[in-house]
Each structure stands twice: as structure tokens, then as C-alpha cells.
Design a protein around this ligand. Sequence first.
Ligand SMILES: Cc1ncc(COP(=O)(O)O)c(C=O)c1O
Length: 432
Amino acid sequence: MRDLVRRYAGSVEQLARAERVIPLGAQTFSKSRTQYPLGAAPLFAVRSQGSRTWDVDGNEYVDLVSSLGAVVLGYGDPEINEAVTRQLASGVSLSLSHPIEEQVAAQLVDLVPSAEMVRFAKNGTDATSAAIRLARAATGRDHVIALGYHGWQDWYIGSTTRSLGVPVATQALTHAVPYNDLAAIERVVADFPGAVAALIMEPMTSTFPDPGYLEAVRSLTQRHGIVLVFDEMLTGFRLAPGGAQEYFGITPDLSAFGKGLANGFPLSAVAGRRDLMMLMEDIFFSGTYGGETLSLAAASVVLARMATGEPTKVLADIGERLVSAIDAARSPGSRAFLDFTGHPAWSFLKWTVADATTLNEVKTLFLQEVLRRGVLVLNTHDVTTVFTDDDIAHIAQAYAEALAVIEEALAEGDVVGRLECQTLVPLFTLRT
Ligand SMILES: Cc1ncc(COP(=O)(O)O)c(C=O)c1O
């Protein structure tokens, strides 16, 4: 007990100070005490470099969170920093549009199969919400089918259990359906004939598409005049240079990009078919910082590197070696309750535990045990191109030890007795 109290004293003190002036003490749920167990986890970081992050107590971590997937090329990439510093000398936000907007838009058009035109924004939510507004404008319809997570705006979050503050009328317009379930999509289309404007989906998350699934989604949406939007926030620059749409060979009508686009600088983009994108001139989608130049300078470097095809190859290789190293290090018994799924560049921890209460306890114990061993992780491996063999070996060893603790706890039927913190509970669930 004592060692964790000492280890995270600075985080606990900083949280107390932060909560006096900031609700929850954080700007992002996924960086808050809702995701990291208070007293058994770091809550504040002061520095990140390469593949590593240091918390306010000076503890060092191999960082598998990578700023919630936003960092793909490693923290503090020298070429990006140089481009940003050069741009800083001539201004961050100017009073007129800057030519770099066209330059980066053209890079995206070259790279992304569905991108004929591009608009920039700051958050992923801006881009997904713009895509939905375009789809509604183009079709004159109101309903939306959603597969995955798409941000904090009313139109999406109203379809989850965290819908407080969202008008009931808005909630009724978005229908969440599960992945790889074509019949669920067909049911919504049948229930709201001629009224579905868009189907927005993460092209893949923890599981690969079943054979023919994405093709069937593409043809169903075409048949019903529904705008198909790929939310490529995480798949965008992890699976292939042109995103999941290139990887799977399926071209959506619109796409939303964000994380990864500027390696942690705040930038998102909505891109797609010219006729749909031209409706930007008629709807209202506009923000003071849409053309902010530092993030665009960063994106320019990122996209040039992505265009070589090298980073996505490196990510897949590192991701594969990471999972193999963990599997080689952990006890066979741990396979009964933990598996790794998804694409290696963005793999998922898939827990198989008898009941929901024990699952929450196991996940919390896992975090407690890997964090104390210097591995920062949530429920995915967002590897970056700069992970070294040492990083991989460190993670594998930490996982093996943490999973041994869990195996023993499960065998004894006492997971909660090993927790030095409160059990975490999920923030929200999708209503599917
Ligand atoms: C798939 C997906 N879409 C949209 C978003 C929202 O992006 P942001 O948090 O930048 O608004 C996220 C963020 O986690 C995401 O993972």
C-alpha cells in the first residue's frame, strides 16, 4: 500500500488542486480519474518524448496511449518540431486564410481515396459533426445510423447512455448499431424509410470486418441514397497511408480525420466527394482556428511521411512484435481471460471474465499493476513508429507480471482484495 501512496503523491495532490477550479480536474474524460484509478495511477504528466511519458511524480512510462492515439510518429518528432518552429516565426493565426491550408488539403487529396475536397477543424468531433450536417443538407433527411464513437456533440452522444443535456428530439434521430451486423442496419433503414441521411462508422475497431460486410454496407447505402461516412479518427493514419478506406478498398462518400493527422497538434479534417463538400458553401461550418498554421505545418510533415508508406509498415511490424512478445512472456493461464484483437497498429485488450463486476475489478487491477511497472495503457495499444526493442521487452515483462497477479486473484476468487484503489466503472455504454 505505502509504495503506491508515495509513488502517486504528486498526482493526488495535483488532482485536489485541479478539482478546485476544473470539474473532474481534466479536459478529457480519457485522461481523468474516470479512466485511471485514483491513488493507483498517474493523473498528470509533465513531459513526453519519443515513446516515453513522465508523470508529475517523476515516474517514467512506456506510453501505449500515445495521447489517445493522436501521436503516431512518436512525441517530439524533430522534423515536425522544426516545421512548426519555422511557421511560428511568421504567425499562428492570421487574419486571412494562409496558403498552407491549400497545401495540406492537396496532400490529403493525394493520399486519401475518397478525398476530392477538404475542410479543416480542430477536434475530431468538429469533423464528424460537419460530415453529418453535410449529409443532412444533401439528402434533406434527419436520421443517422452510427457505429462506434464519434465525439461529444448532441447528434452522437445522445445515442449513448451519457445523454444528459441532449434534447430528446435529437436523441431520437441517431440509431446506434453494432459492427458486423448488416441486418441491424437494414432494420433501421426499414423502420425509417427514406429518412436516413447518413451512416457514420469507424471502418474497424477491435475486430476485422467479416468478409463482404463493408462491401454490403457500401452498396446498401448507395441503394438507399444514404451518405456513407467513415470516421477514420484512429484508422486514418495507422492502417494504411490512405486510411482504412485504402486498406479495405472501400470508398466512402465522406471521411473524418483527426488523431494522427498532425501527430498531436490539434487538427481534424472532413474530406470527401466534391458535390457533397461543395455544400460547405451553403451550410454553416466555420471556426476561428480552422486554419491555424502550426498544426497545419505539423500535418504537412506527417502527410509527407505517410505518403512514403513507411510509417504504416513500421507500425504494423512494431504492433505485431509487441503482441508476440507479450504472448511469449505471459503465462498460458492468462489466455483464459485476456486476448488481443484488431489490427496490430491499434490492437485491443479483450477481457473474458465471467461477470461485469469482476470484469471492472480485473481491468482496474490490471491498470494498477502495469502502471506501477512503468507502462501507461488504457484498453488499446496505440503504438508509435519510435517504439524500440527495449520498450517492447519492458511492456512484455510488465504485462507478464501483472497478468500473473490477476491469474492468482481470479483463482482465489478475490480480485478486489488486491486493489489499492476504487474499482473503475465504464463511463458510458452504447445503446445498441
Ligand atoms: C473514432 C473517433 N471519432 C471521433 C472522436 C472525437 O474526436 P475528438 O475527441 O478529437 O473530438 C474520437 C475521439 O476519441 C474517436 O476515437
